[in-house]
Design a protein. Structure first.
Length: 452
């Protein structure tokens, strides 16, 4: 007969599972963002007016760092509120789920500029700079990613280009690490170019505050617009933007053209010919001052002609694939194409926000409240990314070299690192167990971000 090897009992010991919130709170405490939020007056007719806005935002940021977006998740802090108050730097008390929801509805999108600036200040405070490419440029990847919020009646939810109902936020990631420099929530039906010039200008301003290195902006074909080209040219940044063939351009015409002038012709297999090269075209744009300028722009092209498919089947008519990109770089054609393909890594960053942090299905029925949630997710994402990148220096034994720590790994092994909390000699002590192989990385992170 089976006999359990352990006996399960309750105790009064303070065993805290999300001990990593202590690191998060220490990182946030070094920013004056909370103080600025607290200066905003609170409607005294609301419940719990003594709870300041800073406590509300700190509480929800702590939830996001644990991959918890529902407002009701705050009830999990009620069993040991003193720890969460000390860890996150909350002054008054842990708000109830109802207070959290109401106050975030009140705040809405009114703190967008403060949150974006606080994000920049956080990088400066902790002396973290986005890394560049071997050529010296810092990549800035801008892309739209749909959030699936189907079967809901939330404000702003509509049909996205992916074929489901939801939102279509635009994200801007900087550096090879994929830090999030800007994010904007949009209705699902909104075209990706609508509002992008303003978003692009805002993102460039924030990016220049983060780094003095030249920027390399990479965007998809949905943002192929002369307004974007003009903004980037006037800013003096480098760029690679996927180009849409114009109405008068056909694949057959491009193929006939490159067969005449292309010098880089490749035959990777039987029945497949690849033409790679550069062309030039005048582009006219209007500056913010209303001045009309014309510049001769480089177009990198890749034209692929297939007469036999990859299975060996001979095609009755050739299959022609056309890819073109706008760029002002002086790199080789292959380098430009490879760099654009590296832009696809931003899909992994999207995935970490939507799945690892569980931000895809936004918690509120109000659009402006969900805007605030996404803006706080920007702060939480960068906190977790900073912790993950720093942990690479003190990682446990691994079989292969890791360049970037996934957000889910950071949450599971650092944020949810269990500790025994005690008080001794007027000090609160978090004791890490010897069975946790991440305890050394946790200690180094504490010394780097909290104790310094």
């Amino acid at each position: 007969m089976y006999k359990p090897r352990f006996k399960v009992v309750f105790s009064n010991e303070r065993i805290i599972s999300p001990s990593g919130l202590g690191i998060v709170g220490a990182m946030l405490a070094k920013s004056d963002f909370v103080k600025r939020c607290n200066r905003i007056p609170v409607d005294k007719k609301r419940s719990e007016p003594q709870i300041k806005n800073g406590d509300i935002l700190l509480t929800y940021t702590g939830l996001l760092c644990q991959a918890k977006t529902p407002f009701e998740a705050v009830n999990e802090m009620k069993d040991d509120p003193e720890f969460y108050k000390e860890a996150l730097g909350i002054v008054r008390s842990i708000p109830s789920a109802e207070t959290l929801r109401q106050r975030m509805d009140d705040i809405g999108s009114s703190l967008r500029s403060q949150i974006l600036q606080a994000n920049v200040d956080m990088f400066r405070t902790h002396k973290v700079a986005p890394s560049g490419l071997p050529t010296g440029e810092v990549p800035l990847d801008i892309d739209v990613t749909p959030f699936d919020n189907s079967k809901t009646n939330k404000e702003g939810v509509s049909r996205t280009y992916k074929g489901f109902d939801g939102y279509a936020p635009i994200m801007a990631y900087i550096g090879t690490e994929g830090f999030l420099v800007n994010a904007e929530l949009r209705e699902g039906k909104q075209h990706c170019q609508k509002g992008t010039p303003r978003f692009l200008e805002e993102t460039l301003h924030l990016s220049h505050e983060l780094t003095d290195a030249p920027l390399l902006i990479r965007m998809d074909s949905g943002n192929d617009a002369k307004e974007n080209l003009g903004i980037l040219l006037e800013d003096g940044s480098w760029f690679i933007i996927k180009r849409n063939p114009r109405s008068k351009e056909t694949k057959d015409e491009w193929l006939a053209k490159v067969k005449e002038c292309c010098k880089d012709i490749r035959n990777p297999r039987d029945g497949k010919v690849v033409y790679v090269g550069s062309s030039w075209k005048d582009v006219e744009y209007v500056t913010n001052d209303g001045e009309v300028k014309t510049i001769c722009m480089r177009i990198v092209y890749e034209v692929i002609e297939r007469t036999i498919d990859k299975y060996g089947q001979i095609l009755l008519t050739p299959d022609i694939e056309l890819n073109t990109w706008w760029t002002n770089l002086g790199w080789s054609d292959d380098a430009v194409i490879d760099s654009y393909h590296a832009h696809g890594e931003s899909e992994q960053y999207h995935s970490e926000i939507k799945t690892d942090m569980d931000v895809e299905r936004l918690p509120s029925g109000k659009f402006e409240t969900n805007e605030l949630v996404l803006e706080l997710a920007l702060i939480a994402y960068n906190l977790l990314r900073m912790i993950g990148q720093e942990s690479l220096r003190h990682k446990p034994d691994q079989k292969r070299r890791v360049k970037r720590r996934r957000i889910r790994t950071v949450i599971d092994n650092i944020i949810r690192c269990a500790s025994h909390v005690t008080e001794h000699a007027r000090e609160r002590v978090m004791s890490l167990g010897r069975s946790n192989t991440w305890r050394f990385a946790f200690m180094q992170l504490w010394l780097r971000f909290a104790a310094a």
